[in-house]
Design a binder for this molecule. Structure first.
Ligand SMILES: [Fe+2]
Ligand SMILES: [Fe+2]
Length: 258
């Protein structure tokens, strides 16, 4: 069983890049992608959700930006099997943070969590992970965690915390792919950040001029999605019938612009 995980898809360039990538690369059985920035760089809309679903994404994960467009909450509410928000938002928040899906005789659990370091102080992701594992451990053969977090240390800490308890802990949110992919001591695959799908000449997907203005002058500015050359970034994990990760590689593919 090969699982392809794609980092945050940013805006139209990100969607276009993923579509083009998937038209040539089919060597996987199950596709997970983080979609928190898929509509204009902020959140998701109904049409964008449908477009991504048609591309064959089995489970979409998200993060802090999923709330940016009002459609986000609606989509989360309507399609809890297909799109997740971080599970450790307080009880009462719409949407779901985990799901178990069947594919090729495997039951694949996907858990979405969000960090609290340099981010909004939502509930404890460590305790939430334990809670969810208690519930799905017996029914899922494979468990993939998308840890949407800013701080490397917090991501590594959750990796070690879940080592041997889940199949993979994959970081998202920074939009910058890290080169630290490995198997931890008890066999869990770990990478601090899977990266981003979107425009390369940008500040994490945003137009350079907009980001510079905001950062230099510290005043609000409308962020536009950057254009130009695109890249698809993520990881591909191969899992044997016993649920062990036997191979993995980072994906970092430049897509020819049109
Ligand atoms: Fe993001
Ligand atoms: Fe994020």
């Amino acid at each position: 069983m090969k699982i392809l995980f794609l980092g945050d898809i940013v805006g139209k360039p990100g969607r276009r890049a993923v579509k083009k990538f998937l038209s040539e690369f089919r060597d996987f059985d199950f596709l997970i992608a983080n979609v928190e920035n898929s509509a204009g760089g902020f959140g998701i809309t109904g049409p964008v959700f449908n477009e991504l679903k048609e591309m064959g994404i089995d489970v979409m994960t998200s993060g802090n930006h999923i709330w940016d467009k009002k459609d986000g909450a609606k989509v989360l509410d309507e399609y809890p099997e297909f799109i997740l928000r971080p599970a450790n938002y307080p009880p009462g928040v719409m949407g779901k943070g985990y799901t178990v899906r069947k594919k090729n005789n495997f039951k694949i659990g996907v858990i979405n969590l969000q960090g609290r370091v340099f981010m909004d102080p939502i509930d404890d992701p460590f305790r939430k992970a334990e809670e969810i594992l208690d519930e799905i451990r017996s029914e899922a053969d494979i468990i993939i965690v998308d840890f949407h977090a800013e701080a490397t240390a917090e991501k590594q800490a959750l990796g070690w915390f879940l080592d041997g308890k889940v199949t993979a802990v994959i970081g998202t949110h920074t939009h910058v792919q890290t080169a630290d992919e490995r198997l931890l001591k008890k066999g869990t695959f770990y990478i601090t950040d899977a990266g981003m799908c979107g425009s390369v000449d940008s500040v994490i997907g945003t137009k350079i001029e907009d980001a510079l203005y905001r950062i230099r002058f510290q005043i609000p500015v409308r962020f536009n999605v950057a254009k130009g050359e695109e890249e698809v970034q993520g990881v591909l994990i191969e899992i044997d019938n016993a649920g062990r990760v036997v191979d993995y590689k980072r994906i970092k593919e430049r897509i020819e612009s049109e």
